[in-house]
Design a protein. Structure first.
Length: 235
């Protein structure tokens, strides 16, 4: 059962969330301030955190910062309307998504589902083999091949390809690649050129192995990259 840590100082909202999430078959643990949040986080090892930003004792940002030192579990911020800069700060600080109060329960459930799904897909420690008609990546041996030809990938190229593969149903933003594949603490000085350079090198290796000019990984202007695999040959 998925365990959710609800961090919210407003007692009514906290209890409302608790009741409704339990009815959806989530296990819940609660915290009413920032210090309690950190305590409960360590004691209960939740699978996901719903985190209010304005909290007594320690702010949501401090809690987020603390959690990110230990864990990559999904953190969904509960923000108030008009806190635009807070949302950006929270996302750059490693939050996975935010939801603006007041929100409907259906929206909350949908967002929880989405961040949980993404977190499964984005875990680089999962040892499941990634395979389609074009490539095969084995995370336990770190072996990579394309059309049965061995690929010589650097560790970062391997992680990058695996990450794009696991998220192939969407375009992955450069910022996300930097934070997930490179483990960059996301700040304002991040350099998305790092991502571009690695993708270029990776593409060259893939094309050499596959022997076509088809773009296995496509760039989506101003956003990021998407793995298309062999589908790109048909296009
Ligand atoms: Ca609050």
């Amino acid at each position: 059962m998925t365990k959710i840590l609800i961090v919210e100082d407003e007692a009514g909202l906290r209890q409302g969330l608790e009741i409704n999430l339990r009815m959806e078959n989530y296990e819940t643990v609660l915290a009413g301030d920032g210090e309690e949040a950190i305590r409960v986080f360590h004691a209960e090892s939740p699978d996901i955190v719903l985190l209010d930003l304005m909290l007594p004792k320690k702010s949501g940002f401090e809690v987020l910062d603390h959690i990110r030192k230990f864990s990559k579990i999904p953190v969904l911020l509960l923000t108030a309307r008009g806190q635009e800069t807070d949302k950006v700060r929270g996302l750059r600080g490693g939050a996975d998504d935010y939801i603006t109060k007041p929100f409907g329960l259906q929206e909350l459930f949908a967002r929880i589902d989405a961040v949980m799904r993404r977190s499964d897909a984005t875990s680089l420690t999962t040892k499941t083999i990634c395979e389609d008609t074009l490539i095969k990546l084995d995370p336990s041996t770190r072996e990579a091949s394309a059309k049965d030809q061995k690929l010589k990938l650097s560790p970062k190229e391997f992680d990058l390809l695996m990450y794009l593969f696991r998220n192939k149903e969407r375009v992955v933003p450069r910022d996300e690649l930097l934070s997930r594949v490179w483990n960059y603490r996301v700040d304002l000085n991040l350099n998305s050129r790092t991502v571009d350079t690695h993708v270029t090198r990776l593409r060259r290796k893939l094309q050499k192995a596959v022997g076509t000019d088809a773009a296995v990984i496509v760039a989506v202007a101003k956003i990021g990259y998407r793995y298309l695999g062999e589908a790109s040959n048909a296009a």
